[in-house]
Design a protein around this ligand. Structure first.
Ligand code: NAD
Ligand code: UDP
Length: 312
């Protein structure tokens, strides 16, 4: 039985990855310090003998016993309100924690995957964003603790690949949504769904003309798992190219509730990217991957999750 390490395993995306790896017959060790994750995301695995959890801050060195085939470095605060509240922890998750995860992979002769982000493109001047684009990032802005740390993490990953021959992968994740997001994490999907559930207007930042492209979590996890098993070592975008404005997103959520969208305008946060859409030709060609979950189906699943949570 092969063993996978998943840092940040109790988080939204990583906990779905843990489920997928277990379903595919792996033994999984998750490391998490619960800074933004939630025990309930992995509670269903308590009696699973192939799963174990180590409560640990991966910005501090760590080791595990036995052979390891795969190291997925997924740990990092990922929502703008999280990384603005804990900027130093966010920098460490991209830097120290990436080194600690790379060092573990090196010691174990394991494959390594970094969860990077579309934020490495910053406020992009090229649209849609191909992997070859170097980005437009404000190195001292409020988001820099996140996007510069991820850019550093990519540099560290490539250095271990080039200097030590480590078999490394970099996935650039675009906006992903689905069950197990935190209702209060401030990202637009839980924010608008939570507000619609509460009968409140949606807090739209700026005039809502900025665009995003939302990928359902099971699609993303499938892309990550394919990339880890591929022989490709340069960054690969994973996201859904279905682009919409934030206003259109709010209107779509309202339609699911059978109500007219009501908006509560708020100032646009600094450095908020005006557009974002992945060019996924690389993932299509190299991994045979593309998203398959329709937007309305994914939104319905996500609403059902938040409804159930409220009733629990
Ligand atoms: P999340 O906050 O739900 O998950 C991150 C997990 O990492 C949490 O469980 C948190 O407790 C844990 N963690 C953070 N710092 C840690 C540390 N020092 N030690 C141990 N555990 C730590 O966020 P998510 O949205 O699931 O994001 C997961 C990964 O995917 C992150 O690396 C993020 O940057 C990346 N990503 C996510 C998105 C998205 O749209 N969700 C987009 C781009 C990139
Ligand atoms: N946004 C919004 N209202 C909210 C939360 C976010 O209008 O309550 C906007 C935000 O300004 C951004 C987009 O929605 O333009 C996506 O924000 P999110 O935090 O989900 O992700 P990111 O900015 O990292 O893409």
């Amino acid at each position: 039985m092969k063993t996978a390490i998943v840092t940040g395993g109790a988080g939204f995306v990583p906990s779905h990855l843990v489920d997928r790896l277990l379903a595919d017959g792996l033994r999984v060790i998750a490391l998490d310090n619960f800074v933004t994750g939630n025990r309930s995301n992995i509670a269903h695995l308590e009696d699973n003998e192939n799963f174990s959890l180590i409560e640990h801050d991966v910005s501090l060195p760590f080791d595990v016993e036995g052979d390891v085939e795969y190291v997925f470095h997924m740990a990092s605060p990922a929502s703008p309100i999280d990384y603005v509240q804990i900027p130093v922890e966010t920098l460490k998750a991209g830097s120290y924690a990436t080194h600690n995860s790379l060092d573990l992979a090196l010691r174990k002769n394991a494959r390594f995957l970094l969860a990077s982000t579309s934020e490495v493109y910053g406020d992009p001047e090229i649209h849609p964003q191909p992997e070859e684009y170097w980005g437009n990032v404000n190195s001292i802005g409020v988001r820099s603790c996140y996007d510069e740390a991820k850019r550093y993490a990519e540099a560290a990953t490539m250095a271990y690949h080039r200097a030590h021959g480590l078999d490394t992968k970099i996935v650039r994740i675009f906006n992903t949504y689905g069950p197990r997001m935190r209702l209060d994490d401030g990202r637009v999907v839980p924010a608008f769904i939570g507000q619609a559930l509460a009968g409140e207007p949606m807090t739209i930042f700026g005039n809502g003309s900025q665009t995003r492209s939302f990928c359902y979590v099971s699609d993303l996890v499938d892309g990550i798992w394919r990339l880890m098993r591929s022989s490709y070592n340069l960054p690969v975008n994973c996201g859904n190219p279905h682009e919409m404005t934030i206003r259109e997103f709010g209107e779509a959520v309202a339609r699911h509730f059978g109500i007219a969208a009501r908006f509560d305008p708020k100032p646009l946060p600094p450095d908020d990217p005006k557009v974002r859409k992945p060019d996924i030709r690389k993932a299509q060609e190299l991994l045979g991957w593309q998203p398959i979950v329709e937007f309305d189906a994914g939104v319905a699943q996500t609403i059902a999750f938040f409804r159930n949570q409220q009733m629990a």
